[in-house]
Design a binder for this molecule. Structure first.
Ligand code: PLP
Length: 453
């Protein structure tokens, strides 16, 4: 690391403090953010030269790890050749990426490009409403999503978000967004089996559709697993039932794969665990491993067909200057090639199982309520008392995160979601992590939990 950065570390901190408003960070006079300087594999180095294993892949996104020169070269070459062209027309990387994505999706989708997960979900909401209008059922305009889920920060995506703490003081938001409870298997009623409880949650969704009048319900948006909202993994029967309910009531199913996509759960897309076919799939983060911004709203061809009329207002009237930037698309293609070459989807499943085995003994820890994972994506629910399952207080959760960081491991939590339930630690390392990286994560977590018994 360059000595210049080390020497200037104080002034970097001062300039940061003077000029930068940090995302979702409470104001504290002496807040000193980790200033990342360089990264390689699963590790980053800060401006002091301290190394950390990034057990959150940034914000759940650097799936192939840091420092991949091939990705930088792919973007560089494309920027030299053709830096920009709007997606009202087309360019080669956008065409090639769409074809590549469709190889994973049975060639059954068309792709609308954007810049971020929020953006991809906004596109989904607009086109679903218009789809119903074009089909002659314009009364279908409402969306259902689940409490505790996050779908983005823009006004529509935030309306779909089921996390009151992300919405409080920004309301009123868009109208027509309804919420139902997701299955939270750890906190299910004692008398119900996991399967019975999951079916009950799905039945409540159907009840909501009926009570709201099915002729008003346009779509349902869900993540295959609620990730940032607390790692809530449904039983297979829940997703199957929800799919069936959507089809029965002509409700389009939007699968938010912003985190679960691109190998994170041990399949290319999270929905692939459940044998279903979403109408719309939204993707961002892992599509470029976050090396450049890019998102995609994948739409079933059948839905796209509904926009074909020559009526003046029948085409999708949505435009986005940066969406589908050529360098981002070229980089995304290379990113997927790396995933294929290094078999990172299968690796995700292997690493996730090993991580769980390594940490399983923590299930006996007095403050560990539950450890759950799918692929290389894990949540550890921290409680005050095992018997009562009372969620851990924020100080206990923050202490664990800080002590991990002091030992060189970055982990996350479901911060600012719903009152009283910000007690789930999250672990989401790069899928390219080595076995040594995995051992490091396990050892640090065990050490920290031991010190917090
Ligand atoms: N959907 C999910 C499931 C997410 O986790 C996120 C971001 O964390 C988004 C959508 C929004 O993505 P972005 O931050 O790129 O707008």
């Amino acid at each position: 690391m360059s000595d210049i950065v080390k020497e200037n570390s104080k002034s970097l901190e001062e300039k940061d403090k003077k000029n930068i408003w940090h995302h979702i960070t409470p104001y504290t006079e002496n807040h000193s953010p980790l200033i990342a300087y360089e990264g390689q594999g699963s590790w980053i180095t800060d401006h002091h030269g301290h190394k950390y294993l990034d057990g959150m892949s940034g914000l759940w996104c650097v799936n192939v790890g840091y420092g991949r020169e091939e990705l930088a070269i792919a973007a560089y070459e494309q920027l030299k050749k053709m830096a920009y062209f709007p997606m009202t027309q087309s360019h080669v990387p956008a065409i090639e990426l769409a074809e590549k994505l469709n190889k994973y999706l049975d060639d059954d989708y068309v792709f609308f490009y954007g810049n971020s997960g929020s953006d991809a979900n906004e596109v989904a909401f607009k086109l679903v409403r218009q789809y119903h209008a074009e089909k002659g059922t314009p009364s279908k305009y409402k969306f259902i999503s689940r409490y505790r889920a996050y779908h983005g920060s823009s006004m529509g995506a935030l309306s779909a978000t089921g996390q009151a703490l992300r919405k409080y003081k920004y309301e009123p938001l868009s109208s027509g967004f309804l919420h139902v409870a997701p299955p939270d298997n750890f906190r299910r009623p004692k008398e119900l089996s996991v399967e019975e409880y999951n079916l009950k949650c799905a039945e409540e969704l159907e009840q909501k559709i009926i009570w709201e009048q099915k002729e008003t319900i346009a779509g349902l948006i869900m993540e295959p697993i609620i990730t940032g909202g607390g790692m809530l993994i449904p039983h297979k029967c829940y997703v199957e039932k929800v799919y069936e309910i959507c089809q029965k009531h002509d409700v389009l199913l939007i699968m938010d794969e912003v985190i679960c996509g691109f190998g994170r759960t041990g399949k290319m897309f999270g929905f692939m665990h459940y044998g279903i076919k979403p109408d719309i799939i939204t993707m961002a983060k892992g599509i470029t491993s976050a090396y450049l911004p890019l998102s995609v709203t994948a739409v079933r061809k059948e839905i796209y067909e509904a926009f074909k009329s020559s009526n003046e207002t029948s085409h999708f009237r949505h435009i986005n200057t940066f969406g589908g930037n050529p360098a981002a698309c070229a980089l995304a293609i290379k990113n997927i090639e790396i995933m294929e070459k290094e078999n990172l989807v299968a690796r995700s499943a292997v690493l996730g199982d090993k991580l769980y085995k390594g940490l399983q003994e923590l299930e006996n820890h007095p403050h560990v309520g539950d450890i759950r994972h799918k692929g290389f994506l894990m949540g550890i629910e921290i409680v005050e008392h095992k018997e009562t399952k009372e969620p851990a207080n924020p100080t206990r959760v923050s202490k664990i995160i800080k002590e991990c960081r002091d030992l060189g491991l970055i982990i996350g939590k479901n911060g600012d979601t719903v009152a009283g339930f910000n007690n789930i630690l999250t672990i989401c390392p790069p899928l390219s992590s080595t076995d040594e990286d995995l051992n490091f994560i396990v050892n640090v977590l065990k050490k920290v939990f031991q010190a917090n018994s």
